[in-house]
Design a protein around this ligand. Sequence first.
Ligand code: DGL
Length: 257
Amino acid sequence: MRIGFFDSGIGGMTVLHQALKILPKEDYLFYADTSHVPYGEKSKEEVKQYIFDAVEFIANQGVKAIVIACNTATSIAVQDLREKYDFPILGIEPAVKPAVQKSEEKQKKVLVLATRLTLKEEKYHHLVKSIDHHDIVDSIPLPGLVEFAEKFEFREEKVLPYLQRELSSLDLKQYGTVVLGCTHFPYFTNSLKKLFDKEVEMISGSIGTAKNLERILKERNLLGNGKGDITFFASGTKVDKGTLSKYKNLFGILDQI
Ligand code: DGL
């Protein structure tokens, strides 16, 4: 059986990219809720309904596990989804813990980039409170990056002016680690790096999530014998050939980072 990957849009491909490296012998179903993206700018109640509808659709296709490859959806719904379904449901959250460790060693601060909804949620505040004992974690929402990604617009000349504007109120030299707390953001790593100190580290939760997936499949004896096939759905419809090739090109972009 396949493994389902779910996101509001193409961000989840950054997590699937890591999973394919660790688990190439699995087959995948990737579901982007493109009719309702962006989640990060909507209300919690509205987004929760979209997530439950999408996960029900994915479950009906027959999957052995689902990865909620979206920080926003994880913070809002992962607990409730786990109660509803009996197959493993994995999530992703901003990698604040490793970021704080790394920045403390360098005596620098941490900047968390995520969606507005993720940053507003109790789960995020709880996470930061439990780790940030020296008050070194700042955060800022960057919804424009989700919009750029959904338009497949990754060119630096388009993205950099937006980033410069949004981050202009911060002294970027003080950050040793930047947390890419939205799965749409890793596509923009190279543009982001231009704005920070040379030694800055950009970290996302995607490798950790892929490793977790491997561990859980092993533990439950669910490892497969597939070929790395991926079936793509956009809000319940199989994607057309043009979109399919755009999706597959995303791996090329990620390989260059
Ligand atoms: N990719 C999503 C995340 O990781 C959310 C993007 C959005 O729909 O606003 O948070």
